[in-house]
Design a protein around this ligand. Structure first.
Ligand code: FES
Length: 210
């Protein structure tokens, strides 16, 4: 039983050895809420060990990524979250500005400039697809995705986002940090561009981007 654990969503036993293997070798999509019984896995481009060591760009295929779910890939040893956001989430984001520390993403270290064109609240090239480094800007824990708009124990007015259990920092679905939490800045948006509609290259800016 040493390799057994419990799936937080389904409360069913899981084989941790197998889970570790899958996490290490493929991209993983986690279930978003209690309504999702299955945890689907999406195969993505698997960078070679050499490319990983060099911190080379990686490519992620988002063709099978459903709305409300997250694809996790690894770039330079960091988890990169790619989330397909719903219209409801996009509509809620601008309403949160008054609760946030840097709603317009004025700290230039946290994202490339091109993700602020159009609608700065989205911090993304395409409104529905958010790309973030999945590490809390306080001490580097990996926040939990709480993507549903519903009251949460830590916020009765929750509009979806990320909650860091280490010291209770909160971020919205664009990775913008709330006021009054230990994390000082928004989550980082990595350099990235679209090779085509369904392929994102992480680690390289779009051609000609300022
Ligand atoms: S590491 Fe996230 S709140 Fe401290």
């Amino acid at each position: 039983m040493a390799n057994e654990g419990v799936n937080e969503t389904t409360h069913e036993p899981v084989n941790l050895g197998r889970r570790r293997f899958l996490t290490a070798t493929t991209a993983v999509v986690g279930a978003v809420g209690a309504g999702f019984a299955a945890v689907p896995f999406i195969k993505s481009w698997n960078p070679s060990a050499r490319a990983k060591l060099a911190g080379a760009p990686i490519t992620a295929d988002i063709s099978a990524l459903p709305e409300g779910q997250r694809l996790i890939v690894e770039w330079r040893g960091q988890p990169i979250w790619i989330v397909r956001r719903s219209q409801a989430i996009l509509k809620a984001l601008p309403t949160l500005d008054g609760n946030l520390r840097d709603p317009k993403s004025e700290n230039p270290d946290q994202q490339p400039n091109y993700v602020l064109k159009g609608n700065p609240e989205y911090r993304s090239i395409k409104p529905e697809v958010s790309v973030l480094v999945g590490l809390c800007t306080h001490l580097g824990c990996s926040p939990e995705m709480k993507a549903e708009i519903r009251p949460e124990p830590f916020d009765p007015e929750w509009k979806g986002g990320y909650f860091c259990p280490c010291h209770k920092s909160r971020f919205d679905m664009s990775g913008r940090v709330y006021q009054g939490v230990p994390a000082p800045t928004n989550l980082v948006v990595p350099p990235h561009h679209y090779e085509n509609d369904n392929t994102i290259v992480i680690g390289v800016d779009p051609q000609g981007a300022a």
